[in-house]
Ligand binder design. Structure first.
Ligand code: M6R
Length: 616
């Protein structure tokens, strides 16, 4: 969580940092701050609230200078207020820091620093870190880079930091452990950009260095970058990567919100995800990550899927897909539980980790644990070059493009697309399906993008339904089989952006508890596709109607039975049951979106959340 930016070079730093923070606001948005150095003075502004609030308070301030750092915060230590906002400045007033992460042993260090006369204005771990760096610099009489390195050897936790020293203003020090840092390299090494991801500087540089865990970079204006290992002091040969991201990919492109833009991008995102992987009409699936490691999968006794949030829901769909098509037993685990419960990993177990951001701390820690226990770990990530993509033995990218709305939409459908391809590929490799059947599935998959495109035309219809139910206090989402995870995902979408309490349940479980909640004030959204235990779900709808609740049913087009009993129906195009999650999820995304907009909520930046959860 938290986004950090920095600039050093010949341009004015302030506008670059502010625009960068706006692009990183998805990482946290409860306070923001900026520091620029005009050659004489440190000018530091910070405030509770968003980057737009920060801009307001800097309106009449001196913002000049070619070096600076900025921060947008998701609070961990201390409530979101002006004092706890970053940047933090050291007691001498010379060193300034922005930090993304958590210093776990900050309390012990703080006590020690207080005993040496240091004073603290905030409740943050970050103010402790900058004063520790100051203390080391003073005691060792060394330069900032060395002081940061020595100080970091004494901290436990996770960090991505950028540090500035007024006494040496042609230099920025950045370092990472567990939280990402990208460094944009300008032409002829004259200017450099620092950020939590590359989006803040794509219009200035396509050359990027991603620091690895345990690395520290000394960035000098007009000179260049030196990267060292924090623990061994060994110099690292850095690799410059070419960015493929473009500006229009990270802008709203005429939509009111990123979320609705991303919902509408799904047809293209799904095509981009299977493009180049389904070859011709011959039913050949090429996925180099699987091809190069096929024996791990064909010999697998079990597949364990680990993920969080929406990615975990995609993992549940993956369980249904993989077990149905390959007959390999699958378990799906919350990464946060897996990492702390001494899980049993047997020889030949394969672990699949799913993450949009590729930075989720719990998933990353679970991957490391699975590797330690000898598992082969396969990643499914959206963000290219992310920590999870690099930490896993092999993997497949979803090609959804940048997802900026905090509520995940196109990441979910593209993760299911990759899982479908993996399941079909393994079915072929393990001979659990006839070649003709695999071909039929692939042909159906190729129809999905157009079906999603058509489905998106129901937008205004869904908006009308949203208007009817926008004031509900609770909602229930029910589904069975492949659509049980979609019910969970529908409930998550609604609660995270509209703050309406919602629960997802397997439809048949309703009578084991949730039915007690059902009355005329409870809207129930039921996924009732033609091929998914249809008769059983119809009975569930009857049970709900018998208790006077309102039913919004997601049905296969042409359904007449449910039309008679439900209060509203939303039709999805017909496909095989295994692909229905790619369609049934669309109206649920639209429903949550419209309810949240009608309630006046900030759909792209819901309260208390952040896009990339890099703390546990
Ligand atoms: O980046 P990841 O896929 O690892 O993120 C996992 C969850 O934090 C994420 O899916 C979260 O639940 C979203 N806000 C859901 O919309």
């Amino acid at each position: 969580m938290c986004g950090i930016t920095g600039y050093i070079g010949g341009r004015e730093a302030y506008p670059i940092i502010i625009n960068g923070l706006k692009r990183l606001e998805y990482r946290g948005y409860d306070s923001a701050g900026v520091m620029v150095f005009d050659g004489k003075e440190i000018n530091l502004s910070k405030t509770k609230g968003k980057v737009s609030d920060l801009e307001k308070i800097t309106e009449n301030k001196n913002k000049e200078g070619g070096i600076g750092i900025g921060h947008t915060r998701w609070a961990t230590h201390g409530v979101p207020n002006d004092e706890n906002s970053h940047p933090h400045i050291s007691n001498s007033g010379e060193l300034v820091i922005v930090h993304n992460g958590i210093i776990e042993n900050y309390a012990t260090i703080k006590k020690e620093l207080i005993s040496r006369g240091y004073e603290f204005k905030s409740d943050t771990d970050t103010e402790v870190l900058i004063n520790l760096i100051e203390e080391v610099k003073k005691n060792e009489d060394c330069k900032l880079g060395k002081a940061v390195q020595l100080a970091l050897k004494n901290v436990v936790g996770a960090y991505a930091i950028a540090v500035f020293d007024k006494t040496n203003p042609d230099e920025l020090i950045v370092a990472r452990l567990g939280s990402p840092i990208a460094i944009g390299v300008g032409e002829n090494n004259k200017e450099f950009f620092v950020a939590s991801d590359a989006s803040p500087f794509i219009e200035y540089s396509k050359n990027v260095i991603y620091l690895e865990d345990g690395e520290l970079a000394i960035i000098k204006r007009n000179k260049g970058i030196k990267v060292r290992k924090i623990n061994t002091d060994k110099e690292v040969d850095t690799k410059i990567q070419k960015l493929e991201l473009s500006l229009d990919q990270i802008e709203k492109g005429g939509y009111d919100h990123f979320m609705i833009k991303e919902i509408h991008e799904q047809p293209k995102a799904i095509i981009d995800t299977y493009r180049g992987r389904i070859l011709g009409n011959e039913g050949i699936i090429r996925m180099s990550g699987i091809d190069d490691n096929i024996s791990h999968f064909t010999n697998a006794n079990r597949i364990i899927i680990i993920a969080c949030g929406t990615s975990w829901h995609a993992g549940l769909v993956g369980e249904y897909l993989l077990e149905e098509l390959t007959r390999i037993p699958v378990e799906v685990e919350y990464a946060s539980e897996f990492r702390y419960r001494n899980p049993i990993i047997k020889p030949n177990d394969v672990v699949i980790a799913i993450s949009q951001s590729g930075e989720t701390a719990d998933t990353l820690a679970a991957i490391k644990l699975a590797k330690e226990k000898g598992a082969f770990v396969y990643g499914i990530c959206n963000v290219v070059g992310s920590s999870i993509a690099r930490e896993t033995h092999a993997g497949s990218y979803t090609h959804a493009g940048p997802e900026i709305g905090v509520a995940s939409t196109k990441a979910f459908t593209t993760q299911i697309t990759v899982l479908s391809l993996i399941a079909l590929k393994l079915a072929e490799a393990k001979n659990t399906m006839a070649k003709d059947d695999i071909n039929k599935y692939l042909e159906l998959m190729k129809q999905i993008p157009e079906q999603v495109e058509n489905l998106l035309k129901i937008d205004s219809e869904v908006k009308e339904i949203a208007d009817v139910y926008k004031n509900a206090k609770n909602c229930l989402f029910l589904g069975r089989g492949f659509n049980f995870p979609v019910a969970l995902e529908g409930a998550l979408k609604l609660k995270e952006i509209s703050y309406i309490h919602a629960e997802g349940y397997p439809a048949a479980e309703m009578k084991h508890g949730p039915i007690a909640l059902i009355d005329e004030n409870m809207p129930v959204i039921v996924i009732a596709t033609k091929r998914g235990h249809y008769e059983k779900v119809v009975s569930n709808i009857q049970e709900i109607k018998a208790r006077s609740a309102k039913v919004i049913a997601i049905v296969t087009e042409g359904d007449t039975t449910i039309k008679e009993i439900a209060d509203h129906i939303i039709e999805i195009p017909d496909t095989d049951e295994i692909f229905t999650p790619l369609l049934t999820t669309i109206p649920l995304q639209l429903l949550s979106y419209h309810i949240a907009v009608l309630l006046g909520k900030n759909v792209d930046q819901p309260r208390n959340l952040a896009k990339s959860v890099t703390v546990e």
